[in-house]
Design a protein around this ligand. Structure first.
Ligand code: SIN
Ligand code: MN
Length: 221
């Protein structure tokens, strides 16, 4: 086989093989195929009927975030005028969160390298103009497990940097079905979403993007 043919044959595999963007920062492109994306998106949409998306607010200022949120899992991450925290119930309905869908659990099992199960799954919904500023995921009581982050729907421009807010940053486009893992030396890197690219996916009715962030919250006993 000619060398160029070999490269052509290997290209799809190279694109799908998980790759490290930085030590501990894994990108698994196309982890979910089209069929799995549809099943997972349908489960998340069902979760939003039981646990409706709500508008989170910044601590102190009460300024609304552009991303809408809900959760599944035993604990959910919430942000309101009183601060950031994890709680077992929806802040508006007072109901417990729904269980984390099996497909999301599968991504955790196959990519996190953590023997325990995630306690929290934050569901972020991005409409056409939503964005998420640079931040660290640091409200957990234990950082030994990674954060596993699943993209569904429209593509997003994801920004990541280092452990200090002012460290240089890079940008990567995340497509539907991609999964990012922030673990080890990258567990606490600053990251955010500059914007989504509307119209790049027809997975979600009405368009937009869903991100699922799976986390362990408490220290294992
Ligand atoms: C987050 O950091 O909470 C979400 C990241 C993303 O939407 O990709
Ligand atoms: Mn985050």
């Amino acid at each position: 086989m000619a060398m160029t043919d070999l490269f052509d044959a290997l290209q799809p595999m190279a694109e799908l093989a998980p790759c490290f963007l930085a030590p501990g920062l894994l990108l698994a492109r196309g982890f979910f195929d089209a069929e799995a994306q549809k099943r997972l998106a349908a489960e998340i949409l069902a979760i939003t009927t039981r646990s409706p998306l709500y508008v989170p607010r910044m601590p102190r200022s009460g300024k609304p975030l552009s991303v809408k949120m809900t959760n599944c899992g035993t604990l959910g991450w919430v942000s309101d005028i009183d601060g950031y925290r994890y709680q077992p119930r929806h802040p508006e309905t007072g109901e417990p969160w729904a269980p984390i869908p099996a497909l999301a659990m599968q991504a955790w099992r196959e990519l996190s390298g953590d023997p325990l199960t995630p306690q929290a799954c934050l569901v972020n919904f991005y409409g056409a103009s939503a964005r998420l500023g640079l931040h660290q995921d640091s409200d957990e009581g234990d950082f030994s497990a990674p954060v596993v982050s699943i993209s569904l729907g429209d593509s997003a421009l994801f920004r990541y940097g280092g452990l200090r807010r002012n460290d240089p940053t890079r940008r990567v486009k995340l497509d539907s079905g991609d999964v990012i893992v922030l673990g080890g030396p990258s567990r606490l890197v600053f990251h955010g979403v500059d914007r989504i690219i509307p119209g790049t996916s027809d997975l979600l009715p009405g368009g937009g993007r869903i991100n699922l962030t799976l986390r362990r919250v408490t220290k294992p006993r």
